[in-house]
Design a binder for this molecule. Structure first.
Ligand code: SAM
Length: 200
């Protein structure tokens, strides 16, 4: 990742979400992006030009735009029509973003559009987050990385966030994923944990 004086940036055309520029580099705001926050908390996250990424929950393309500045191609899946409009604008300016309007819970709908990916990234804030990730793991190459941004309150608001995280990790392990790390995203995002795992 590119850091300028301790500030995470990506190199690409600015003006996606009013982000600050440092020279020709776009400041990646950890308060606006969970992946940005994860990079601050865990300096070992790396994105590279030869990577293909399947991104679930692309929303307005804020984080997608930064990821696209680093990697070869981003398949960006979003279900809601309004954020999709902004995502389409991002894809007009970044030719390596493939926008897909679909429900990530039904990956069969876009199976013909997506190649095998090195990284599966998910940020969908749904009750069945682990199940959605597992369904989409068919696109992830063996040895590839899953980064699941877990919103514990979307799964069960009455339970302790830590218990929800433990249960999710167990579910992923049961299905053959090796848990590499998990990280709470405080102070940038509350009740969100990143689970980083490798497909066996
Ligand atoms: N990842 C985005 C970013 O960092 O810029 C923010 C994502 S926002 C928290 C969650 C998004 O997931 C919303 O735009 C929502 O419409 C989308 N979403 C929720 N359920 C989905 C599903 N089943 N399939 C695809 N997108 C979904």
């Amino acid at each position: 990742m590119i850091w300028i004086d301790g500030v995470l940036v990506s190199r690409g055309e600015g003006g996606v979400y009013g982000e600050r520029m440092l020279g020709n580099a776009r400041v990646w705001d950890p308060y606006r992006s969970k992946l940005g926050a994860l990079c601050y908390k865990r300096k070992r996250i790396e994105l590279a030009p030869d990577m293909r990424v399947l991104y679930l929950g692309a929303a307005h393309g804020t984080t997608v735009s930064h990821v696209a500045d680093y990697v070869g191609v981003v398949y960006a899946v979003e279900v809601a029509p309004r954020p999709m409009q902004d995502l389409l604008e991002v894809s007009r300016r970044r030719k390596n973003v493939v926008p897909i309007m679909a429900d990530a819970a039904q990956p069969e709908a876009y199976a013909s559009l997506v190649e095998e990916v090195d990284l599966l990234y998910q940020d969908v804030a749904q009750p069945d987050q682990a199940a959605i990730a597992l369904r989409n793991s068919v696109f992830l190459k063996s040895g590839g990385t899953l980064i699941l941004m877990l919103k514990t309150r979307s799964i069960d608001v009455r339970r302790e966030p830590e218990a929800v995280l433990d249960e999710t990790k167990a579910e992923l392990e049961d299905r053959g994923f090796e848990i590499m790390a998990s990280e709470w995203l405080e102070p940038y995002h509350h009740d969100h944990a990143a689970v980083i795992c490798r497909k066996g």
